[in-house]
Design a protein around this ligand. Structure first.
Ligand code: GLC
Length: 795
């Protein structure tokens, strides 16, 4: 079943049926001030952090019809009939209510027609502004003169701290104060306390938001939630709309809201346009300013164009035309946009992440840089430096770095470490340097979290040493608190094959970097460690047909043919190939095992069979229903690794199969199964034994976004930044006869044409740059401003 389509030209996803299986969301705003919005205008707004700067309320565990949002109610004065511009929450019969929602990059437009009235609301936040705009156009499409009332409504929090607003009601219901000043609703939080602008996380300080109208006057307003909704009202039947009047209410304690009552008299064919602004600051200052900035249609249009341009410029590093329309829609818009949302908001702000995870989780954040390095290199540099200072001088990492509260050199030690955290440096630091060409970054001196400092190269060495120093009886790194998989409890003495393979990858990368920097003694040291580790992996991690997953402290194996449950895990197989431990026939064998036991039409399961009988002290994943999440679900974060491993081995059709099965767009016509947004990734998909095999959950903010994008760009298209230039080594399905791509790289533009006239998947047989033949697969970095035409043939 299909609920919408990709409009690639406008970089939008268009939802034509509003009753999607789940709310389908998007992000508005930019990196400072943002919001989540669904196809039915549900969602919320936040400033800097969805945990500490949550401006509007959202009940995460409510059913779709009862979600809070940015609603625009309309009421026909002649019939007393009322509806919302978004189909929900009023939900008029769909045969009489037509709507179209266009989710774009940083904006969402919802247009609907009901009872001869078309309403068209575009939500966005202008670049570098701390407010959002709702551009509202109402048109009388009927042949009669109409009197229509419009009630825009939003529900601010009492406290900007998300947890406090939700849990600490015995405090928070006494701290709100709303009033209408100069025509603008001012929503105060903690107004009796001093301001503390330098201390963002101080939740008990005075702060204000505002809700105002630009280009129209209101008859009345409500700023008290109970007055607007009615003591027993609902979003579907708010009292003020039923009664045809707001009451001029204000809140002094209890729950605030901000709503206006606007009366429009529209002749047949006549339309009116105006805007609402909601943002940070006092009504009389920031509110007034926002209204002045948005008080004419041309100003709004210009601001909307600017936010589109802002995001388009950030997702245009690589664009491609391939024979697959779904791949094109994902690659050219949604995969990079999704990756950026994940980069900016980490795991704090979505319809699922409720702001309870504040801060930057170490491993996830480093992986996020795999995509952001090419999209926003300078912003990545800043964040990467921050994370490097989250590493302790012993080489381990602070599990979560709090950007508002991080003091390198003074950070206390956590109770536990995760063995994989710092290993991700070996993916993202080289990726960043390759993208920027800034080799000196390896020499940049940065402090450790606790004490001391080292060049970036020294940070990398400490990361390796951390795991070498914490190896177990089989000579493999110990699992510690977790090793990417949060549900395998190996303990301080249990050993992880996954991290052993990461460590192998790390040592190899370290050797390459040291070769480039001429650090001879380091090359020797790392090479010795690598041979010793390789021998241990070979001796203790190979199970006969596939690689083991881990050893618990007492020797119990994970991912062995000896196990009844969790016989085989995906990650050690893909990483055996990616780390270079499995090559040749061994590599083919592990890929075959992974395919045979774990691959499904919706992606590759994390392990199989799922844990049902096993002691939960062995695998905590058992707490999830079988084939969900870490218990044998299809963990989408890992799917890119499957694609990359297959591509590395030249298995073009296999790589494509895995790619296709993880691309949200592939399921556009199966929305009744996947349920979540067909344009956004999700964290996990129900695996084979789930009664809902194929259903996706936890969309948008996930490592899936990042690794999908990396797999699309560097594995399938095979366009990969390297220290000295751009490497082009595609691995495409045999059904493709090639593709074209444009890659921006260090200020130059590469126009790439790949031809595969005889269905070859991988293997560059010839390459020309501006007509000149060149051997190999590396296009040397061109000068800034240059345009390079690259023709690649696979034969
Ligand atoms: C979630 C976490 C990530 C972890 C993964 C597997 O995606 O955000 O850190 O690696 O689960 O447990």
């Amino acid at each position: 079943m299909q609920y919408g389509f990709f409009d690639d030209k406008n970089r939008e996803y268009v939802i034509t049926r509003p009753d999607t299986p789940k709310p389908w969301s998007n992000y508005i705003g930019s990196a400072e001030f943002g919001g989540v919005i669904t196809n039915n205008a549900a969602g919320y707004t936040f400033y800097k952090s969805a945990a500490q700067g949550r401006l509007t309320r959202y009940k995460f565990n409510a059913v779709a019809a009862d979600l809070n949002g940015r609603f625009v109610y309309l009421r026909d004065e002649a019939t007393a009939d009322f509806w919302t511009n978004s189909w929900a929450p009023v939900c008029k019969p769909l045969d009489a209510f037509k709507s179209e929602c266009r989710h774009g990059t940083g904006y969402t437009q919802i247009k609907s027609t009901y009872a001869g009235i078309t309403s068209d609301v575009t939500y966005f936040a202008p670049v570098d502004k701390l407010y959002e705009v709702w551009r509202i156009k109402i048109c009388n499409e009927s042949s009669k003169a109409r009197k229509i009332k419009v009630f825009p409504f939003v529900e601010p929090q009492c406290n900007w701290n998300a947890q406090d607003d939700m849990n600490n009601l015995q405090y928070s219901q006494y701290i709100a104060k709303t009033e209408r000043i100069d025509g603008i609703i001012d929503i105060g939080s903690n107004v009796n306390m001093p301001e503390d602008p330098d201390n963002f996380t101080n939740k008990d300080q005075k702060r204000h938001t505002f809700f105002g109208l630009a280009g129209i006057e209101a008859e009345n307003f409500d700023a008290n939630l109970t007055s607007f909704l009615g003591a027993y009202g609902t979003y579907a039947r708010p009292g003020a709309v039923l009664n045809d009047a707001c009451s001029g209410s204000t809140a002094s304690g209890d729950m605030p809201c901000a709503a206006y009552e606007i009366e429009l008299k529209l002749a047949p064919g006549e339309s009116r346009e105006f805007a609402c602004v909601f943002g940070v600051g006092r009504a009389v200052e920031a509110g007034r300013e926002a209204i002045t900035e948005m008080d004419a249609p041309e100003k709004i249009e210009a601001a909307l164009d600017a936010i589109k341009a802002y995001w388009h410029s950030r997702i245009e590093t690589l664009s491609a035309e391939t024979p697959d329309a779904n791949f094109n829609s994902m690659l050219n818009t949604w995969a990079p946009f999704n990756s950026l949302m994940t980069f900016y908001w980490s795991r704090t702000a979505s319809l699922v992440y409720a702001g309870e995870r504040d801060g930057l989780g170490f491993r996830d954040t480093l992986q996020d840089y795999m995509a952001s390095s090419s999209l926003v290199p300078e912003e990545t540099r800043e964040r990467l430096e921050l994370m490097l200072t989250g590493q302790y001088s012993h080489g381990g990492a602070k599990p979560v770095v709090q950007p508002f509260n991080h003091h390198p050199g003074q950070e206390a030690f956590p109770d536990q470490y995760r063995s994989d955290d710092c290993m991700w440096f070996f993916n993202c630091v080289p990726e960043f340097v390759k993208e920027t060409g800034d080799i000196d970054f390896f020499k940049k001196i940065l402090p450790f979290a606790d004490k001391g400092e080292a060049p970036v190269l020294g940070h990398l060495r400490r990361a390796i040493e951390f795991n070498l120093e914490r190896s177990g009886t089989h000579g493999l790194p110990c699992g510690l608190a977790a090793d990417w998989n949060d549900c395998i409890r190996l303990g301080d003495k249990g050993e992880t094959v996954f991290v052993a393979l990461q460590l192998r990858f790390a040592l190899n990368e370290y050797v390459s970097i040291c070769q480039m920097l001429g650090e001879t003694s380091e090359i020797e040291w790392a090479s010795e460690q690598l041979s010793a580790l390789d021998a241990n992996i070979e001796k203790h991690a190979w199970d006969g047909e596939w690689y083991l997953r881990a050893y618990r402290f007492d020797g119990v194996k994970f991912g062995s043919k000896e196990c009844d449950e969790g016989k085989i895990f995906m990650n050690p197989q893909s990483w055996a190939v990616l780390s270079g431990h499995a090559t040749g026939a061994r590599a083919s064998q592990v890929m075959d095992s992974m395919h045979k036991y774990l691959a499904t039409d919706y992606g590759i399961m994390l392990c199989s069979p799922p844990y049902i009988e096993t002691d939960p002290n062995v695998c905590l994943g058992r707490l999830f229903n079988p084939c969900m999440k870490e218990n044998g679900g299809i963990f989408n974060h890992t799917q890119g690794w499957g694609v990359m491993a297959a591509a590395r081995l030249g298995m073009g059709d296999r790589a494509w199969e895995y790619m296709r099965n993880v691309m949200p767009a592939s399921f556009n016509d199966k929305a009744e199964i996947r349920e979540v947004e067909p344009y956004a990734v999700c964290q996990s998909t129900h695996g084979r034994l789930s009664p809902r095999h194929g259903t996706g959950r936890v969309s948008w903010l996930s490592g899936s976004a990042v690794w999908n994008y990396v797999a699309m760009t560097t594995a399938i298209l095979g366009i990969q930044a390297d220290y000295n230039g751009l490497r082009i080594d595609p691995c495409i399905p045999s059904s493709w006869n090639g593709f074209t791509a444009i890659r921006k790289f260090r200020g130059a533009i590469y126009r790439i044409t790949v031809k595969s006239p005889s269905g070859i998947c991988k293997g560059v047989s010839s390459m020309t740059i501006n007509g000149e033949p060149i051997a190999g697969t590396l296009v040397p970095a061109a000068a800034e401003g240059e345009i390079c035409n690259v023709l690649v043939t696979l034969m």
